[in-house]
Design a protein around this ligand. Sequence first.
Ligand SMILES: Cc1cc2nc3c(=O)[nH]c(=O)nc-3n(C[C@H](O)[C@H](O)[C@H](O)COP(=O)(O)OP(=O)(O)OC[C@H]3O[C@@H](n4cnc5c(N)ncnc54)[C@H](O)[C@@H]3O)c2cc1C
Length: 478
Amino acid sequence: MITSEEYKARLRKMKINIIVNGERVEDVTTHPSLALGINTIARTYDCAHEPEFRHLATATSHLTGETINRFDHVNRSREDLMTKIELVRALARQVGGCNQRCVGTDALNAVSVVSYALDQEYGTEYFSRFEEYLRYVQQNDLCLAGAVTDVKGDRSLKCHEQADPDLNLHVVERRRDGIVVRGAKMHITMAPYADELMVIPTQFRGEADADWAVCFAIPTDAKGITQICNGGHVRPRRMEKPFSSRYQGSHSMVVFDDVFVPWERVFMCGEWRYSGWLARLFGDFHRHTYCGCKPAYTDLIMGAAALAAEYNNLEKASHIRDKLFQLIYHAESIYACGVASATLAQKMPSGTYLPDVTIANMGKYHAGLSIHEEIAILQNIAGGLSFTVPSDADYFDNPVSHAYIEKYLKGKADVATEDRLRCFHLCNDLCHSEVATFTMNAGVIGAGPAQAQRITVLADYDLESRKRWAKEIAGIKG
Ligand SMILES: Cc1cc2nc3c(=O)[nH]c(=O)nc-3n(C[C@H](O)[C@H](O)[C@H](O)COP(=O)(O)OP(=O)(O)OC[C@H]3O[C@@H](n4cnc5c(N)ncnc54)[C@H](O)[C@@H]3O)c2cc1C
């Protein structure tokens, strides 16, 4: 397993083609807009070497028997799934939410299941290629972004019906040694500083869209790939933005302009019947992961809210306790879905364990519905100061404003004003920052909007047995 310094050194040697704020990035590792994202990935590497994290952050490779970083692991047991959400929850508390690597990990897990099934049905060799690729990923301790979401164009049209066929990524040429693909993937978290992209179809492709049923892995600096990345604007802080001044994610539109992919990295090519299952499985693994990271953000909201109430000497007020209860309810119910879906996980023929689909989807659904309410609770408990809290410079650098802030922003007598300010800066970061808007958006839309979870659950849920029981009790025959 490598360290964060080795990860950065490797990244420095890559020639990833990225445009941020209109300018081409020369060195990803020193660009100010990308530094905070790299800090987060660095934590995912370093935690695997730390005694207090190691038991969560490492796994045993089923291919080599070696100890590997858990983010490169395919879940081989219920315990693996359980440990994954424990890791994600613990890490998310440190980095202010998203660790960014789960998308790639969840894509690896989905591909492991489907490539095996494809070989059984069609006699292809996708699974052996996949295992070879996984071995390479694990041995080099690579970090992968998951590129699932196409730009999609007109949402009411199928891929081949679009005015421009490139609005969904597709195969434009099949060669003896590989395929050539064209299209663009959108919102791809950590793509600017990932080693590789795992590309899978966004959703089901019908027979006429067989060229769009394609799955492969590719280095981020492969010829023909250009990223257009939403860079953040950061500056050094002292007590402001305790999370978002240290950790943030970057997301790219990743353009594939006739990119060559050798066959050994192709895991689906035209088998359209399996495209929907691959997309759905990715969603199921990813929604299970959300059951770990979303409660962690609620832990942070809860901690900040309870501290703000304490510093205002309101912690015993009954409506405040009701609101704290509501936060506990959300965090622990969502986490319980993660635990339950890991406990009821099913072993797939490939040997990969799939979390219980209904419960994992319910956890993500709950997380998407609750995130705005949770932030509103923190805003409510913290009051206006969470938004208007004076800046670092006003407090530390100007003696006149410092004296007034010290006197007038005192809360409970035995709490230092500076501590109270630090607490409200944390509230500010959790409610009114890039981390906060990222978390709200990721909660609602990431891993698919609520409708995606409804469709998934209703597709397989056994409503017929419920109707039968209702009939029996009501005395309806037939
Ligand atoms: C913070 C963040 C990080 C992300 N990271 C990644 C990542 O790392 N990798 C990745 O692949 N993706 C990532 N995503 C993408 C995410 O999975 C998508 O945003 C999500 O699946 C929705 O797709 P969309 O944004 O294209 O919205 P749309 O598909 O345009 O959906 C918008 C709305 O339209 C509805 N809708 C869409 N099509 C139809 C239709 N045919 N009929 C009826 N209703 C429809 C949807 O239900 C939804 O309500 C990320 C998203 C966010 C916000």
